[in-house]
Design a binder for this molecule. Structure first.
Ligand code: SAH
Length: 479
């Protein structure tokens, strides 16, 4: 299955910047049922064309029970159109291959993101049910596309066999690239659908509310949303999921908290996670642990960084780990992704061999959930037995609590916190750990720093002494 996208904007090779894919390189991404290849058949000043070629593995598809149910003749699970047509797999491929562009980001030429550019998209084989031609037009024309459709014959050599249900579709429009990509991402699976089951009205309302203004204003929005949601369950959903991430986080933070504090916590947590990723990257680690990983917010960020070749999340709560599996769509992982990320159930207060041999560990907002008398056991588990080169650890800064106007004096930020430390208390504890186990901690505030009470949260990055010594042994004049 092939999708091509071209522009005549000048210089046309800006497309490479927008897609974060170099026109001179052939690249591939793994999908749960195959691979997607990205390459440029043409890249000149006046025209640039990128191709997304899907290679679906039909055998892997057969193993997926969902697909077996969908076919209605016995060989149908082996002989079907899935490898050759644009379907929800194309959506997944688009979101994987062009995720950054779909999220309206362009590192090198940010001004291009919002710019309307002339695009032409060609989908070589698009299945459409009865009345498909009308539906295709109803979906794309209200968004401003010029639609060119050509129904394919069943077999070009036997004209009398008649026409097939597959179309070649060419779309032309001048618009920002990220919009074009989200249109395709949502509308391709909407077309490839002929089964119906019940989708609750709540779910529909949610997608309409969040799907961006184009969907809200689309005359066919109900139909699009219903059909899209049928496929939602079978998609890896990267792009859409990321668009929704902020809101989902806000919802999951619990209804009992006042709005103002909730909103601040969400953005603080994002900052904290980003800072942790930065510290882990700087350590040079490639095998990393996320201890007390919760629902996998940090794991999701770690997965995006190629540097981390092996990632392991551990949590004491089995239910939380199940939620993490869901939120990370681990059921849809390719075999390679499955090897890269592991989730394990365990407690940080018991020695655990599975934690040994990693380069670095992140422990984000976890220690304050442990009883203070268990902290010693915890520190041995991490710093004596698991003993990674780097440990990135964060905990709230109790001094900052006075800045949360709605938090009663002396109360903790979360009902499950057993303690919250001042900066001094945290540093004293961390230095004692460093002295005992041979690590050097470095401290930094997390979140916007207040001149009096410091940052809302605090971070220590512990580096093992032998690593520090190795670094200082390297003579800068050696080379
Ligand atoms: N690090 C995550 C979650 C923080 S909430 C994030 O930043 O989003 C604290 C997590 O620590 C919870 O998921 C809780 O289940 C886990 N936890 C608490 N005590 C633990 C223990 N003894 N061992 C492992 N995990 C623990």
């Amino acid at each position: 299955m092939l999708l091509t996208l071209q522009t005549t904007h000048r210089p046309a090779t800006d497309l490479g910047y927008l897609l974060h894919k170099h026109p001179g390189r052939f690249q591939s991404v793994d999908l749960s049922h195959g691979k997607a290849h990205i390459f440029y058949p043409e890249a000149s000043e006046s025209r640039c064309k990128v191709a997304l070629l899907l290679e679906i593995d039909p055998i892997a598809l057969v193993r997926n029970t969902r697909n077996q149910k969908a076919v209605n003749f016995s060989l149908g699970q082996y002989v079907n159109d899935r490898p050759y047509v644009a379907s929800s797999f194309m959506s997944v491929a688009l979101s994987k291959a062009f995720n950054t562009a779909m999220n309206a980001k362009c590192k090198d030429k940010p001004a291009l993101v919002a710019q309307a550019l002339p695009f032409e998209v060609e989908l070589h084989s698009l299945p459409a049910p009865k009345g498909g031609e009308v539906l295709i037009r109803k979906l794309f024309e209200p968004l401003g596309y010029t639609v060119e459709l050509e129904r394919q014959p069943l077999d070009a050599q036997f004209e009398t066999w008649g026409m097939s249900k597959y179309f070649r579709l060419v779309l032309r429009h001048t618009l920002p690239l990220h919009l074009l990509l989200t249109h395709l991402y949502v509308l391709i699976p909407v077309l490839d659908n002929d089964k119906h089951y019940y989708v609750s009205k709540d779910e529909i309302d949610k997608l309409i509310e969040r799907g961006g203004t184009w969907l809200q204003e689309h005359p066919e929005r109900e139909q699009i949303t219903q059909r899209y949601l049928l496929h939602l369950k079978s998609l890896t959903r990267n792009a859409m999921d990321r668009m929704l991430e902020q809101e989902a986080d806000a919802e999951n933070d619990g209804p009992e908290e006042p709005e103002e504090m909730k909103a601040r916590k969400v953005s603080l947590h994002q900052q904290r996670l980003k800072q942790a990723v930065k510290a882990l990257k700087a350590s040079g680690a490639s095998r990393v642990l996320d201890l007390g990983c919760g629902e996998g917010k940090l794991l999701r960020l770690l997965l995006r960084e190629r540097q981390f070749r092996e990632i392991c999340g551990m949590d004491a709560s089995f239910k939380t780990l199940q939620n993490a599996r869901k939120r990370l769509y681990m059921d849809e992982f390719s075999p390679r992704q499955n090897e890269r990320l592991k989730l394990i159930h365990g407690a940080l207060t018991y020695r655990d061999k599975r934690l040994e041999g990693y380069d670095a560990a992140a422990i984000i907002e976890v220690i304050e959930h442990l009883d203070e008398n268990r902290l010693q056991a915890f520190s041995r588990v991490v710093f004596e037995f698991a003993r990674p080169e780097t440990v990135v650890l964060t905990t709230p800064n109790a001094e900052y609590n006075v800045r949360f106007e709605t938090l009663p004096a002396g109360a903790f930020r979360h009902p499950d916190h057993r303690f919250e430390w001042t900066r001094q208390e945290f540093e004293t504890w961390a230095r004692a750990i460093g002295d005992k186990f041979g690590y050097r901690p470095e401290f930094s505030p997390v979140g916007e720093e207040d001149p009096e009470v410091g940052g809302p949260s605090q971070m220590a990055v512990f580096t093992r002494n032998d690593v520090l010594n190795q670094e200082s042994e390297i003579d800068p004049d050696d080379n």
